[in-house]
Design a protein around this ligand. Structure first.
Ligand SMILES: [Zn+2]
Length: 63
């Protein structure tokens, strides 16, 4: 999954967009260290009704 690091955590820098394994990414998001972003356009994703949506380009994934 694509995330933007919110806090520096080796080897990443704050504000850096990186692609990480889904499992690692979910952990980073839960810990508040990163925010999931759209793999298509890089906008911040919105979680709703079990789906992850991008209001910017219409990308969505469910489950
Ligand atoms: Zn998008």
């Amino acid at each position: 999954m694509r995330v933007i690091m919110l806090n520096g955590k080796d080897p990443y820098y704050p504000g850096e967009a990186v692609t990480v394994p889904d499992k690692a990414g979910r952990l980073l998001v839960r810990e508040g260290l990163a925010q999931e972003v759209c793999p298509e356009c890089g906008a911040v994703l919105v979680h709703e009704s079990g789906c992850t949506s991008c209001y910017s380009c219409g990308f969505a994934k469910c489950g």
